[in-house]
Design a protein around this ligand. Structure first.
Ligand SMILES: Cc1ncc(COP(=O)(O)O)c(C=O)c1O
Length: 401
């Protein structure tokens, strides 16, 4: 929507911080304000009827006309996210779920078949199980550790592979290059939820994945105060997703939230470099703790897919799961005795958070838990920006109580 950036074409390699701080911000265009303004407007007017007619006849491009379609503040955010994911286009949505739902429903049609990873974020599974199926879109869930899991599930009407790598619960990985190749050879479109890795640590499009989806509510924003989502892909795919699920259903990110998301994104590279370092340090600390049975973190050598992690990721952030030795009673005492960590469902923010993934799960048996890579003694930790020594002290004292 904007003219080419005054900073010139994006020389992406090694310049994530440059994208986050400067790309698309059109410095000098807004009375020399360093920070671009919030375009809190519904309409953009035309100077005469001819201009309006021309705009609609030319496929509505080259300018803004209505904020449900596009907005200058949101467009800056979209330009940055597209660059971060090495994609030609990006569209932002009101939440990560908004972006996931729009992508699935925008790309699949009635009669199609989707192959999805079993251990994806549970509400993404619900979109597939409860909404996609309502439109006669069939879904097969697979483990996803082996490329054969996908190959064996392909049917003549399979149109989408839905991935999440690392995926929720044990942070298991899918081999993006092998799956991307398989999908291409069958004309299947690949979608990935890249929220946990972030573009700092993994660019799925490098491996032939088509559509990269994010919940910006986690690391991208990083301040726990904005809910948003994004889809990054080739122009025609973003258009297809945005056409109905964004423009028509009005599932948009407002200008003020976009402005806040831009503010959060400016420190993204700095935060992720720190999280990669401290996340690994805390994971190692926990792995050697006598009360901890197991740590799930892709950059630990003990992670079953460590070699794959090294191949397709640059770091693993600060999200991890641990399994405690003495069952549920120990879990309860550990979580309730943490002082620095808050008990909360989200992650990827400046503050340390703890969550019990089995919260609210009723009538679950051991087989179901195993299949979904969960256990009743598993706890999720999202390490924040507090002093790492204080974090370790807090973990150690809660584990020993
Ligand atoms: C991996 C993953 N994807 C997507 C979402 C949904 O994002 P949002 O809460 O922004 O809708 C979440 C939320 O926890 C998540 O963990």
């Amino acid at each position: 929507m904007y003219p080419p950036n005054e900073a010139g074409p994006v020389d992406y390699e090694g310049r994530i911080a440059q994208v986050c701080t400067h790309l698309g911000e059109r410095k000098g265009a807004f009375d020399f304000s360093i920070i671009p303004p919030v375009y809190e407007t519904v309409n953009f007017y035309f100077k005469d009827l001819e201009e309006a007619q021309h705009y609609f006849n030319q496929g509505k491009s080259g300018r803004f006309y209505y904020t449900r379609v596009s907005n200058p503040t949101t467009a800056i955010l979209e330009q940055k996210l597209a660059a971060l994911e090495k994609a030609p286009a990006c569209k932002c949505f009101a939440s990560g779920m908004g972006a996931i739902g729009a992508s699935i429903l925008g790309l699949a049609k009635s009669g199609d078949h989707i192959v999805a990873v079993k251990t994806i974020y549970k509400n993404s599974s619900r979109i597939l199980n409860e909404i996609a199926r309502r439109y006669s879109i069939d879904v097969t869930f697979v483990g996803g550790h082996r490329v054969e899991d996908f190959a064996e599930a392909i049917r003549p009407n399979t149109t989408i592979f839905y991935l999440e790598s690392p995926s929720s619960s044990r942070y298991s990985l899918q081999d993006l290059e092998a799956i991307g190749k398989l999908a291409r050879s069958h004309g299947i479109t690949t979608l990935i939820d890249n929220t946990i890795a972030t573009p700092y640590n993994q660019n799925p499009r490098d491996y032939g994945i088509d559509v990269v989806i994010h919940s910006g509510s986690k690391y991208l924003n990083g301040h726990g105060d904005v809910l948003y989502g994004a889809v990054c892909a080739d122009e025609h795919l973003v258009q297809k997703i945005a056409e109905r699920e964004h423009y028509l259903l009005g599932n948009i990110l407002g200008p003020l939230e976009s402005w806040l998301a831009l503010r959060g994104l400016r420190t993204f590279a700095l935060r992720m470099a720190y999280y990669n370092k401290v996340g690994l340090e805390i994971a190692c600390f926990l792995e050697s703790h006598p009360k901890v049975a197991r740590v799930y973190y892709p950059m630990l050598e003990s992670h079953p897919q460590y070699k794959l992690a090294l191949r397709q990721m640059r770091g693993a952030g600060s999200l991890m799961a641990i399994e405690l030795k003495d069952g549920y009673e120990k879990v309860r005492s550990f979580i309730n005795n943490l002082r620095l960590f808050k008990i909360a469902a989200s992650w990827g923010s400046f503050e340390s958070l703890v969550w019990y993934p089995a919260t609210g799960m009723r009538n679950i048996d051991e087989d179901w838990l195993k299949e979904h890579e969960l256990s009743l003694s598993m706890v999720r930790l999202s390490i924040g920006l507090e002093d790492p020594e204080l974090i370790k002290e807090d973990l150690d004292s809660a584990l020993r109580k």
